[in-house]
Design a protein around this ligand. Structure first.
Ligand SMILES: NC(=O)C1=CN([C@@H]2O[C@H](COP(=O)(O)OP(=O)(O)OC[C@H]3O[C@@H](n4cnc5c(N)ncnc54)[C@H](O)[C@@H]3O)[C@@H](O)[C@H]2O)C=CC1
Ligand SMILES: O=C(CO)COP(=O)(O)O
Length: 346
């Protein structure tokens, strides 16, 4: 691993996760800018020394530069990290392409996004590569609740890249420290599909919580979800082993169990009887699993893949199926060996 040398990091999107990653980088002594969407949000953060809208209670390092000036923040950037909700990713990327007018100094463009784009069904790095062709794309993902990372609690993540190399090793070293340990991977598809699928299963785990089904039910759901994740992901071109790592199993466990998880909590409230529409109305923070359930459902239909748990989550979110009826559908499926159940292809 090469020694860190000063790099310029630009984190785009000042929700909870972009702010936490930017704060981590600045604390590591890396030159870091955090770009907000709204100018008034940048001003509020500068004045308060805190992101009161999305990450209240966490003091931002003085060295962190907060701005809404995307062009200035990108001008010197060696590494850009994007932390928008998946539905806003393409807009941000198009703005970046316009402001950069080429690729500038940018050598690595890292997604912090955990969801697919509705309609195109593309992974975040695929959307990014379309907007900025010629830049190496990557994702940084794993079990990382933003508040914990922002507080400096320890975590491990994976940096999965399209093209590995010396610069990626340098970024790994620059971002790693005593509170955050980065592993690298060349399975970008696996890391992104794992990150997207785990949000759907976390909604499912939330249904278990809301229905008060107990620990056995939730453990069974998580285990079968992992099996489904591996099968769907492999079929979509990912490597099986990736799903047993931080971006798959690691994040699945964290999100299905985390009291903080917005996806899990969304499912819990639906399981307890609240309506999807009421829960989404006027929400400020993102529940990625909601749109991504639709995207992955569409992708499975398109590829002829059977994914029973994903199908039931979709039926609850989009077809008004009752969570208790979805449970019955899963429990009464055809009996089989644990290691069997090959995909039924159309
Ligand atoms: N919060 C967390 O613990 C983690 C989140 N992530 C992922 O990071 C991504 C961003 O999530 P968070 O930082 O949690 O967001 P958040 O829920 O804290 O904040 C929402 C963000 O979305 C932006 N936004 C809302 N509507 C928008 C629009 N129409 N156009 C552009 N931007 C819009 C807001 O400005 C804000 O930055 C998601 O894909 C999420 O799954 C990944 C790891 C951890
Ligand atoms: O991705 C996350 C943790 O790794 C955040 O999960 P939620 O979006 O469910 O809060």
């Amino acid at each position: 691993m090469s020694d860190p040398r000063p790099l310029q990091f630009t984190v785009i999107g000042a929700g909870a996760w972009g702010t936490a990653v930017a704060a981590h980088l600045a604390r590591r002594g890396q030159r870091t800018s955090l770009v907000t969407r709204r100018p008034e949000h940048a001003v509020a953060m500068q004045l308060a020394g805190e992101n009161r809208d999305y990450l209240p209670g966490v003091k931002l390092p003085a060295a962190l530069m907060v701005t809404s000036d995307l062009r200035a923040a990108l001008a010197e950037a060696d590494v850009a990290l994007i932390a928008s909700p998946s539905h806003a990713l393409r807009d941000w990327c198009q703005r970046m392409a316009t402001e950069l007018g080429g690729v500038g100094r940018l050598q690595l463009f890292i997604s912090l996004v955990k969801g697919l784009e509705l309609g195109t069904l593309l992974r975040p790095s695929e959307v990014m590569a379309q907007a900025l062709p010629g830049v190496n794309v990557a994702t940084l993902t794993g079990p990382t609740n933003a508040a914990e990372v922002a507080q400096g609690l320890p975590a491990a993540v994976v940096l999965a890249v399209a093209t590995p190399g010396a610069f990626v090793d340098q970024v790994q070293a620059a971002m790693s420290g005593s509170t955050l340990r980065l592993y690298t991977s060349d399975d970008l598809a696996g890391a992104e599909y794992g990150a997207s699928l785990k949000n759907i299963y976390a909604i499912g785990a939330g249904f278990c919580d809301g229905l008060k089904l107990g620990d056995n039910a939730k453990a069974s759901l998580i285990t079968r979800a992992l099996t489904e994740m591996v099968r769907v992901g492999e079929h979509l071109g990912a490597k099986k082993e990736t799903f047993y790592g931080l971006s798959g199993f690691g994040d699945l466990v964290a999100t299905c169990h985390g009291a903080w998880s917005r996806n899990r909590e969304f499912g819990e409230k639906i399981g307890a009887g609240e309506s999807v529409a009421d829960l989404l109305a006027g929400r400020r923070t993102v529940v990625e699993g909601y749109r991504t359930t639709q995207a992955l459902h569409d992708l499975c239909l398109q590829r002829g893949l059977t994914a029973p748990i994903l199908g039931e989550v979709h039926a609850i979110l989009y077809q008004q199926k009752k969570p208790i009826d979805a449970l019955m559908s899963l429990m009464t499926r055809e009996l089989k060996r644990e290691t069997s159940s090959p995909f039924a292809k159309k």
